[in-house]
Design a protein around this ligand. Structure first.
Ligand SMILES: [Zn+2]
Length: 59
C-alpha cells in the first residue's frame, strides 16, 4: 500500500492494522499525527473522507 497522507493537513498517516491477509491490510485505522483525524480501512480500502467539514460541499 502506498503511503497515504491526510487530506486535511497532508501529514503522512499512521497505520494501525487490525486484520491483515497476504500482506494486504484488510481492516485497520489510519491516524493523522498532524490534526488527529482518523480514517477507517474496510475491506482493504482506505476511506479518506474527512469528517465534518465546513464550507461548500461537493454534494
Ligand atoms: Zn491531518
Amino acid at each position: 500500500m502506498d503511503i497515504l497522507v491526510c487530506p486535511v493537513c497532508k501529514e503522512p498517516l499512521d497505520l494501525a492494522v487490525e486484520r491483515e491477509e497476504d500482506g494486504e491490510v484488510l481492516t485497520g485505522t489510519l491516524t493523522s499525527p498532524g490534526c488527529g483525524a482518523t480514517y477507517p480501512i474496510e475491506d482493504g480500502i482506505p476511506n479518506l473522507l474527512p469528517g465534518p467539514v465546513s464550507g461548500p460541499a461537493s454534494s
